[in-house]
Design a protein around this ligand. Structure first.
Ligand SMILES: [Zn+2]
Ligand SMILES: [Zn+2]
Length: 381
């Protein structure tokens, strides 16, 4: 689309087709050639540099919770290559991170700051084609008008790599959960699970001054957690005992569950003190679970959850992720694998079968998006 602006711009030729990972049904992902999406008034076309693989992408792929075909991927960063009519706040060539959900800002749920329940928020505003589903596992995405207008597109400052910016969405979801807990300096927090999300929950909890214990099965993950200042590792088998040992027998003030499924909920309830809180962060499926109602009523243990991002805390998230990068808050240390888009099916495979050494997995539509970081070599895995 031609822009109204008269000043010269370096416009790149946008191809008619692109490569994308198309979800064709349960556990059926295919690398296909699809049309590059067209944009309308108020919209943007963004060339994807990199996109993180999220646990929720895997859940959709494995459970078939959504109709096919779709192109998933929502932890994305890239470069604006076209702007729709009427867009004045963004220009071609700008490096950006894109949110795929943005709330309306004025409905009942938004007024109560429970943005993830807003009906506008539930609509997906970024697509690489088919039913909008993020689209980050492709080369180009169309960013819809309300995402552009309502703060869903964030400029990446010079010197901050695309990969760091791609963590903005998960960091927002994590910070939102941590804020709900109102942590205090004299408290003890236990984070169960030290995948990328567990490490981020623990690292952001530490900012309150609380003592943060982290548990995982793998020593490799504790080693990565240590890079984020987390020096109280616990072996997964000793969680309940250690949580009591370091709190004069009370149990942790807060336990966060960063491992999916229901198996660890009783462990978390046993590790938290009377009157403490258990935050379910990775329980993104509707299913039945067992817990002791007496622990909630008589022992006054609170079970709570947090899901998705909050626009209300976005300025703080930007300061943390974009400003923080220069101060050493380097989230790219959580990345264990980088795959080119052509090998995205393998990337999902690796992400779906986590091993001790697999942490955040990135799919790079532009190979070398990771190399931007201080000359580190891009590694095909
Ligand atoms: Zn995500
Ligand atoms: Zn709303």
């Amino acid at each position: 689309m031609a822009t109204q602006n008269a000043e010269p711009r370096i416009e790149e030729t946008i191809p008619a087709t692109m490569r994308a990972v198309v979800y064709r049904g349960i556990n059926d992902l295919r690398l296909e050639t699809v049309p590059v999406p067209e944009i309308g008034p108020g919209e943007l076309l963004v060339r994807i540099a990199t996109c993180g693989v999220c646990g929720t992408d895997l859940k959709k792929i494995h459970l078939g919770s959504h109709s096919a075909p779709r192109i998933f991927g929502h932890e994305m960063a890239g470069t604006i290559v076209d702007v729709g009519e009427g867009v004045t706040s963004f220009a071609i060539g700008e490096r950006v991170m894109v949110f795929h959900h943005i709330p309306c800002g004025h409905c009942y749920y938004c007024r109560k700051q429970t943005f993830a329940q807003c009906s506008t928020y539930k609509k997906v505003g970024a697509t690489a084609g088919f039913e909008p589903s993020g689209g980050g596992f492709s080369e180009y995405i169309r960013v819809m008008d309300w995402i552009v207008a309502m703060g869903g597109v964030v400029r990446i400052p010079d010197g901050v790599p695309f990969e760091q910016a791609a963590f903005m969405e998960p960091v927002n979801t994590v910070l939102k959960a941590v804020k709900l807990l109102n942590l205090a300096e004299d408290e003890t927090v236990l984070v169960i699970g030290q995948g990328p999300i567990g490490i981020m929950l623990a690292a952001l909890s530490r900012r309150s001054g609380a003592c943060v214990l982290t548990s995982d099965l793998y020593p490799e993950r504790h080693a990565i957690a240590a890079k984020f200042g987390l020096h109280e590792p616990i072996d997964a088998a000793d969680v309940v005992e250690r949580a009591h040992a370091v709190t004069e027998g009370r149990g942790a003030d807060v336990v966060m569950v960063a491992v999916g499924g229901t198996k660890l909920i009783p462990t978390a309830m046993a590790a938290v003190r009377p009157g403490g809180k258990v935050m379910l962060f990775a329980q993104t499926q509707h299913e039945e679970a067992t817990f002791d109602p007496g622990a909630v009523c008589m022992d006054e243990k609170t079970l709570l959850g947090s899901y998705s991002a909050s626009t209300a805390i976005q300025p703080e998230v930007e300061e943390l992720v974009l400003g923080g990068y220069r101060r050493g808050f380097d989230l790219t240390q959580l990345i264990s694998h980088r795959f080119p888009l052509e090998e995205a099916v393998q990337a999902i495979e690796v992400a779906s079968n986590p091993k001790a050494d697999s942490m955040k997995i990135m799919i790079e539509a532009a190979p070398g998006a990771g190399a931007e970081r201080g000359g580190e070599r891009w590694q095909a895995r």
